[in-house]
Design a protein around this ligand. Structure first.
Ligand code: NAD
Length: 375
């Protein structure tokens, strides 16, 4: 069983799919691990760290690998270097990228999308959305603090008092909860909003104040899967009216709101942005999915007369070493379920619910029901 760790070809992707810790774990499973040179360098992992853990480092690492692990979906130029029949496991970003999935299928590899992992107890340790969103939520506050020209905590000094920053977190999933906790630790006064009623208690347990339109629709806004529904136009209007008044008084707004399979809901209008004080900062973590803040631009910090909208993409990648270490663990935990531990060889159970939920391509075809070509 040969496992290869690919070097990402996207220069904006600093994460890597393995760590010295997971190399050791894979070796204990009976696998041989080969790493492409420089794969971990942007995550603070020089090749020597991988060799010390028992991997080989080689430019041909991918050629005869049974399993290739990476961060991003492989491009055509990468696929030509993989063995037919190999398993490729990554964050595949499959929605809206059906043509790329067809290219992967044509290459004869079996591709798995880690972000489609079901959110069930057994798979929590493999949940890349959580491991990466948690770090993104943390980092969003750090980015906000960096762009903000003032201090977060209240400071009573001989020279006068600096007031505590007011931080408003919109969307309280994994990223939002970590953003609240981080902003609180830095001494900000934190408020938060979400459309799922379950979040109210979570917000309050972190010492923040909850703010939302708590009507009948709100009471039913959570799907059986724990995600948010897309809200009605009427609800959105009520939500906007409430938020507009609140945002005016905030120093930092961090938005994280997403709806699975839909564009991100627009929560902050250009007018609301304009109503904020100069020096205020908005950090839009949903910018890659269309954005929660009007005027946010992917990969840019937009400055509107002193109000900044931070639209960094791949925010987890801005904490690359931590993000890689957790992602590597998520991958190991998944791959471990595909190995026959007695025989020390690959034994994929194609009927396992984790495999079924994540497998995109197999034997030359796109097999996932959500990505079938339209009739
Ligand atoms: P997400 O990234 O899909 O969305 C982020 C947040 O945005 C959610 O809390 C959502 O309710 C909120 N949102 C959507 N529309 C909004 C609007 N119009 N206004 C305000 N907020 C809005 O969410 P997530 O972080 O992936 O978490 C989704 C759910 O999954 C949560 O219930 C979480 O507890 C659960 N979860 C379960 C597991 C597990 O069981 N293994 C792991 C992680 C998360």
């Amino acid at each position: 069983m040969k496992i290869a760790v690919a070097k990402e070809i996207d220069p904006s992707e600093p994460r890597v799919a393995a760590s010295p810790d997971t190399v050791k774990k894979f070796k204990a499973l009976g696998a041989e691990i080969a790493v492409e040179p420089g794969a971990g360098i942007k995550s603070g992992l020089p090749d020597s760290e991988f060799t010390a853990a028992g991997a080989t480092v080689s430019a041909d690492a991918l050629a005869d690998a049974d399993i290739i692990i990476k961060v991003k979906r492989p491009e055509a130029s990468e696929l030509s270097r993989y063995k037919r029949g190999a398993l490729v496991i990554a964050i595949m970003d499959p929605y809206g990228n059906e043509a790329a999935l067809k290219t992967i299928a044509d290459a004869g590899v079996a591709a798995f999308a880690m972000e489609l992992m079901p959110r069930i107890t057994r798979a929590q340790v493999m949940d890349v959305l959580s491991s990466q969103a948690n770090l993104a939520g943390y980092r969003a506050v750090i980015e906000g603090a960096e762009a903000f020209g003032r201090a977060f905590p209240m400071m009573m000094t001989a020279a006068g008092t600096v007031p505590a920053a007011k931080v408003f977190v919109m969307g309280v999933g994994v990223a939002g909860l970590q953003a609240i906790a981080t902003a609180r630790r830095l001494g900000a006064v934190v408020t938060a909003t979400d459309v799922r009623p379950a979040t109210k208690e979570q917000v309050e347990s972190l010492g923040a104040k909850f703010l939302a339109v708590e009507d009948e629709e709100f009471k039913n806004a959570q799907t059986a899967g724990g995600y948010a529904k897309e809200m009605s136009k009427e609800y959105q209007a009520k939500q906007a009216a409430l938020t507009a008044e609140h945002i005016k008084k905030q120093d930092i707004v961090i938005t994280t709101a997403l709806i699975p399979g839909r564009p991100a809901p627009k929560l902050v209008s250009a007018e609301m942005v304009k109503s904020m004080k100069p020096g205020s900062v908005l950090v839009d973590l949903a910018v890659e999915r269309g954005g929660n803040v009007e005027g946010a631009k992917p990969g840019e910090v937009v400055d509107l007369d002193g109000i900044k909208i931070v639209g960094y993409t791949n925010v987890a990648g801005r904490v690359a070493a931590s993000a890689s270490s957790l992602y590597a663990r998520n991958l190991f935990s998944f791959i471990e379920t595909m190995v026959d531990k007695k025989e020390k060889k690959l034994a994929v159970n194609w009927d396992d619910e984790l495999v079924k939920a994540t497998a995109l391509t197999k034997d030359g075809a796109v097999v996932h029901p959500n990505f079938q070509p339209k009739a």
